[in-house]
Design a protein around this ligand. Structure first.
Ligand SMILES: Cc1cc2nc3c(=O)[nH]c(=O)nc-3n(C[C@H](O)[C@H](O)[C@H](O)COP(=O)(O)OP(=O)(O)OC[C@H]3O[C@@H](n4cnc5c(N)ncnc54)[C@H](O)[C@@H]3O)c2cc1C
Length: 432
């Protein structure tokens, strides 16, 4: 009898590349995705070539242990973008992922099944689809990715609640004034896409600290491994040691030195330290860790200099459709009362809206005790191998989480180099 397959919910980078890896190990899987865009997912479905990777091509191989895989693909398929230190269009990366999946399907026939549909429940190791189909497996991997932002709230055609949705920006007129909730990578993506469509209006981006993503250096230097002082003691002491290291080396080299050990540090940190990091350091961590290509940073600087983009430190406290446009209320730090402005459109660029307690797949798992939240409530609690921890503290051998929703357990599980490693761990656990 053929053994039951592994069910993978979500067919973006994480789910599709796990299926490819499992097939290379001879393990059958069924990948289920509601969009049917297998491989590309949210990040790599863009057709706009101004949306480039925010990681150099040399680091974007989809396969752990084959570091040149993506650059070799570029050399064969798009040689004009094959600079290993360059930032290739995300559209090409999506093609690369689709090609990798197709080539594994061709060489390992019958081991990857793709199903288009929305999974609405997990019952044991069975996935229940919206249309009533039930697919049985021997284990389930939740690779559901980055949920859309959830800050804007107001339902109005003048409020773009999910800027990643296909056609989300189509209605934006050329002279519109815009408020972006968030000033991170999504805001930058949106500003570039609008500009390329001929938008010449003004964008005001709000974020709590008013920070913008930093730029990658033109030519990367070697990583500066963390010093002992950065790895022990209270968070404040580690931060001091990190700052000292950044005075002796380029700060980017210091961030790169932390990269391979970030998940290990996160897992070793007790809950108080994680909480302090999350509340106080996270915005700074994000802008230094998740950087943008130098030419993208130059474009953002030009928009700031031209007065087309303004960044304001404030919390957006209200968004409501008004007669003249959209009314936005915002509270700057230390201000006693919110201020208001009226714009033509609001775009929610606040980033992935992870909310496990409201997630249609995760909430029932939490309610039944098959899963539990981590102590900060960031996501499902997982063991070192990515298995879901039940309410009584044991690992469920048939339920895994992979990619961005695994952030509570590993913190950095958002970018390809980190997910790629996690894929190896999950694949090893599933084929042991
Ligand atoms: C706009 C953007 C740009 C990025 N750029 C980069 C970059 O340049 N470099 C980098 O390293 N990382 C980048 N990232 C980070 C990104 O998290 C990873 O690179 C990677 O794409 C994550 O893939 P994923 O499969 O986990 O998630 P996703 O791409 O979000 O895929 C998850 C899939 O699951 C499906 N799904 C969800 N729930 C269900 C359900 N219930 N039933 C069926 N299907 C479901 C979704 O429809 C989706 O197709 C970017 C992220 C975004 C959002």
């Amino acid at each position: 009898m053929t053994p039951a397959p592994i069910l993978i919910v979500g067919g973006g980078f994480s789910g599709a590349m796990l299926a490819a890896r499992l097939a290379e190990f001879g393990q059958a899987s069924v990948v289920i995705d509601r969009t049917g865009r297998f491989g590309r997912g949210v990040a790599y479905s863009t057709g706009f070539d101004g949306h480039v990777l925010n990681v150099r091509s040399a680091r974007m191989s989809a396969v752990e242990g084959r570091p040149d895989d993506f650059v070799e693909w570029l050399r064969a398929q798009a040689p004009e973008h094959a600079d290993p230190q360059g930032f290739a269009p995300r559209r090409l990366y999506g093609l690369y992922l689709s090609d990798r999946l197709a080539s594994v399907e061709a060489t390992r026939p019958g081991l990857v099944a793709k199903v288009e549909g929305r999974v609405v429940a997990i019952d044991g190791a069975t996935a229940v689809l919206e249309d009533g189909r039930r697919i049985d497996g021997r284990a389930v991997v939740l690779a559901t990715g980055n949920p859309p932002p959830q800050t804007a709230g107001a339902a109005s055609e003048r409020v773009v609640r999910d800027p990643w949705a296909p056609g989300a920006l189509d209605a934006v007129g050329p002279g519109e004034t815009i408020v972006a909730i968030g000033a991170g990578l999504t805001m930058v993506d949106v500003a570039l896409a609008l500009e390329a469509r001929g938008w010449v209006g003004h964008m005001r981006a709000f974020s709590l600290r008013g920070l913008l993503p930093r730029s990658h250096e033109e030519t990367p230097g070697p990583a500066a491994p963390a010093t002992a002082g950065m790895l022990t003691g209270p968070l404040s002491a580690r931060l001091r040691a990190g700052r000292q290291r950044a005075r002796d080396h380029d700060w980017r080299a210091v961030m790169e030195g932390l990269r391979p050990i970030t998940s290990e540090l996160w897992r070793a940190a007790e809950v108080g330290m994680r909480s302090r990091f999350f509340r106080h350091l996270r915005p700074w961590w994000d802008v230094h860790r998740h950087r943008i290509a130098p030419h993208v940073a130059a474009r953002v600087d030009a928009m700031l200099a031209e007065g087309r983009l303004t960044v304001t430190a404030a919390r957006v406290t209200g968004v409501a459709a008004g007669r003249e446009g959209v009314d936005v209320a915002y509270l700057p730090p230390r201000a006693e009362a919110p201020q208001t402005l009226v714009v033509d459109r609001v775009i929610d660029c606040s980033g992935p809206g992870h909310a496990p307690g409201r997630d249609p797949l995760m909430a029932p798992l939490l309610a039944s005790g098959r899963a539990r939240l981590d102590q900060l409530g960031l996501g499902l609690d997982l063991d070192d191998g990515g298995r879901v921890m039940t309410v009584d503290g044991t690992s469920d051998p048939a339920l895994f989480v992979l990619g961005p929703p695994a952030r509570a357990a590993f913190w950095e599980t958002v970018a390809v180099p980190d997910i790629r490693k996690q894929i190896e761990d999950v694949a090893a656990a599933l084929t042991a």
